[in-house]
Design a protein around this ligand. Sequence first.
Ligand code: HEC
Ligand code: HEC
Ligand code: HEC
Ligand code: HEC
Length: 493
Amino acid sequence: MVLKEHDTTNIINMRKNSILASGRAKVKIIVTSIIIVILILLFFMKKQGVFGAGKVNPPELFSIFYTCDTSGHIEPCGCVGGMAGGLSRRQTYLVQSKPSDFLLVDAGDVTAGYRPWEILELEYILKGYEQMGYHAVNVGRREVLIKYDDLKNLKNQYSQFVSANLQGPDGKLVFEPFVVVKLSNGYRCGIIGILDDNLQEDEIGDGLTVTPPSDALSKYLPELKKKSDYIVLLAFADQDKIKEIAKQFFEVDVIVGGDVHQATSMPLKENHSILVLNTDKGKNVGRLNVRYTSEDELKYDGEIFVIAESMERDEYLAQLVEEYKLELKERQFRPLKDDEEGLSAISAMRSKNADKYIGPESCEECHEKAYKIWEESKHANAFKALEEKNDHYNPKCVQCHVVGYMASDGYISQELTPKLKNVSCESCHGRGDHHVKLESDKEVKIEQLGMKQTDCITCHDEENSPEFNEEEYWEKITHGLDEEKAETKEQEN
Ligand code: HEC
Ligand code: HEC
Ligand code: HEC
Ligand code: HEC
């Protein structure tokens, strides 16, 4: 009996023990899982930088690629050989050079301007920037010429713009003030943009206000500081203004500018910030390497890479440029008729008595020699040069390759104004209608008329004709009155 009893209690105890044992094991499993979950959470929180700035170290190397002042140069015009720049070659450089960790930014002045065809070009550039992987594009002086509604449209399609001090009519920011980009190890780089507010009223598009940059930075930098480990400021401002900002805001690690005349090849140190500048029609890309050595020390070096004409063109970007040209052709933009005499402002139609462009064929009869010289000169083929590049619908190019493009009676299109294509007599001498009527004794309501002379450099400027030398160039097209006529003129005098 005793034994029996003993046995049963033993059995009961054994059961108790086994129940207890399995209970303990469960608790152990639960506790371990909780610990594992917490560890995983901690790991991710650390990775995400939830514990605030400074917890995640920067990667050993990351590069900041920066551009500025593309100014609508989606590709070089090719007016002379050897022109640097263009998106398709810029992309070739980037593809070849990008390390695994990088930031790609533009400090502003991407667009040529605010006109409809310039905005169309900007859209194609932004499409290209998307493909290239731009993280942020700042608003520059040229973007701020675009009216609010058009910027809003761009914002709906392209997400790269940042600006902490550009406001719309509602007093709200037009674009995000900043973006935060995470590098491969979770290191967070904040990119914020500002534009200097030293602008005249007519330099700001309808509906826009540019607030003082320092107010905007005081407002947004503390917020950005919480969300990032490293801060890059895109500043479209001159060098003095940029230095002033560097003195005032010590949180900024790198300032990329700006509204300057020259790019910096070596990074400059200004207060707590590293300063790099770029400009020159998107002909080059700046690269700033940030190296994490140890003890929280960052070392900087950099270079400016010129996008040479000899580089291969990236296929996708080259294709995009062709699509842009096709769309220019489809849309057939009319130039904004900006009559130099202001007539178009008074009435859409020029008065019947006003002088007008008539084309070079009307000059041949009396100026045979001059005509022949012109006919054999490159000026007579200026339009063909555009056609060969499929740029003959590009208003930006056409203005220098035809007669009177911006005038109300000037070139519109090959179909509507065939006589006014190419650079011809009236590109340099002005409207010829009255002169021809006078010389052929037709009635005209003026008594005297001197054909004017246009400066060669209105077209042969530094950008499009860097080799221009008045004497040498004039020699190639030198002409004047035919001898007999010169004599008549002398006799008359
Ligand atoms: C500011 C005036 C101006 C603008 C704008 C302009 N060009 Fe030109 N272009 C010139 C001048 C001037 C030359 C002659 C340069 C020289 O020989 O020194 C030229 C030459 C050229 C030539 C060389 C033709 C040849 O015989 O070798 C091409 C091609 C050309 N331009 C294309 C373009 C394209 C495409 C655009 C627009 C993207 C454009 N141009 C915009 C003024 C201009
Ligand atoms: C019916 C004949 C005739 C036609 C057509 C004609 N011209 Fe003339 N042009 C003359 C004569 C004659 C002179 C010289 C006498 C004078 O100065 O009045 C002259 C002088 C000029 C001069 C230099 C004197 C000045 O007025 O500054 C220029 C430049 C000129 N012509 C350009 C043109 C152009 C451009 C065209 C075509 C749009 C043209 N001419 C058509 C007869 C003509
Ligand atoms: C690229 C600009 C340009 C083009 C195009 C051009 N000319 Fe001229 N032309 C000039 C210049 C510059 C002069 C020199 C004026 C001087 O010597 O003071 C000149 C001189 C003349 C003169 C002599 C003026 C005088 O007072 O002795 C005549 C006539 C003339 N051009 C007619 C023409 C005709 C006709 C055409 C077209 C077939 C033509 N030009 C095309 C720039 C041009
Ligand atoms: C309305 C714009 C315009 C004006 C004004 C103008 N040019 Fe040109 N010029 C051009 C363009 C565009 C070309 C290129 C044409 C081409 O090669 O197809 C050119 C080409 C030339 C060339 C040929 C260059 C070469 O490579 O051989 C000479 C020379 C020249 N211009 C001289 C002059 C001179 C001199 C003047 C002033 C008297 C002048 N041009 C005014 C637009 C202009």
